[in-house]
Ligand binder design. Structure first.
Ligand code: GUN
Length: 289
């Protein structure tokens, strides 16, 4: 039987409806949430992501500020912009789009952001709270979006074997902690480029979260029948189309014939990430009142 396809776009719309009520409450108190996005350089994919974040802000009535910095700017220019946004009481959320140029220290920049404005949830203080089991703060958007997606599908993760493929600071590591947290209770394996017998690890999993950035890496022979496969990958594959490329996930489309549930690319985790960013921006604004 074909897998159930988890509709991230639809769940994201439901989250936006909930957020509109909270934004209206803030407006009643004279407060308009404001998200500032800092983007350095001209990586085309990053510009596409930032534009979709701005469009989501516009749909919800969140004010957005975009700070464009050239790739060859001094590191100090990024630092001074983050400091300026930290000090601006009208700015509630700050996000520095990753990746930064190689010459810039991404973690140092993240840790300059005021933790109550850290809508990416990547500041050491916010990640530290997460490791301590406190999930009430600003959580990294993609992993939080995956959790919300699983919750919407009524998936019970307790005692289930989850394999997270990828150990990035943006997805893999925080995702693993969210899956293993008390109350969710999955048994988590973090697989990565040095893991051996990846196919065997995956084949034993009830849940696979693929966040590795390799097009179609997870094939149907890696997947246990009926399992849940969440695809965090967004890979640009060049083709002869007008755009010159199309998007693929980390999970091969044939997996749908074996798995019980899958998330599509596009229309799966991507819209959930943006919805969680909007949610963090509203939460940050509420916390600052
Ligand atoms: N680049 C890819 N995903 C993300 C994200 O969630 N946050 C930031 N800041 N940059 C990204």
């Amino acid at each position: 039987m074909a897998a159930i396809v988890l509709d991230g776009k639809q769940i994201a719309l439901e989250i936006e409806e909930e957020l509109k009520v909270r934004i209206a409450n803030l407006e009643d108190n004279g407060v308009t949430p404001c998200l500032a996005v800092v983007i350095v350089g001209d990586d085309p994919a990053s510009h596409v992501y930032v534009s979709s974040k701005e469009r989501a802000c516009a749909r919800l009535g969140i004010r957005s500020i975009r700070v464009d910095i050239s790739a060859d700017a001094e590191y100090g220019e990024v630092v001074s912009n983050v400091r300026r946004l930290n000090a601006d009481p009208a700015v509630n959320g700050i996000l520095v789009q990753s990746p930064l140029p190689n010459s810039m220290d991404e973690i140092a920049i993240t840790d300059l952001i005021d933790p109550v404005k850290d809508v990416d949830g990547f500041h050491a203080q916010n990640l530290g709270r997460l490791v301590q089991g406190d999930v009430s703060g600003l959580l990294p958007c993609t992993p939080a979006g995956v959790m919300r997606m699983l919750e919407s599908a009524d998936v019970d993760l307790s005692g289930k074997r989850a394999v997270v493929i990828g150990r990035s600071r943006i997805v893999g590591m925080p995702q693993s902690i969210l899956l293993a947290q008390k109350g969710v209770d999955a048994t988590v394996t973090i697989a990565h480029s040095r893991s051996v017998e990846m196919a065997t690890l995956c084949k034993e999993a009830d849940v696979i979260i693929a966040a590795v950035g390799i097009s179609n890496m997870v094939t149907s022979d890696w997947v246990k029948p009926g399992s849940i496969v969440i695809d965090v990958g967004v890979n640009r594959v060049n083709d002869d189309s007008e755009k010159g490329y199309h998007l693929t996930g980390d999970v091969h489309p044939d997996v749908r014939r074996i798995a019980g549930m899958v998330s599509p690319v596009p229309g799966g985790v991507g819209p959930m990430t943006i919805a969680m960013l909007m949610s963090n921006t509203v939460r940050a604004t509420e916390m600052q009142q």
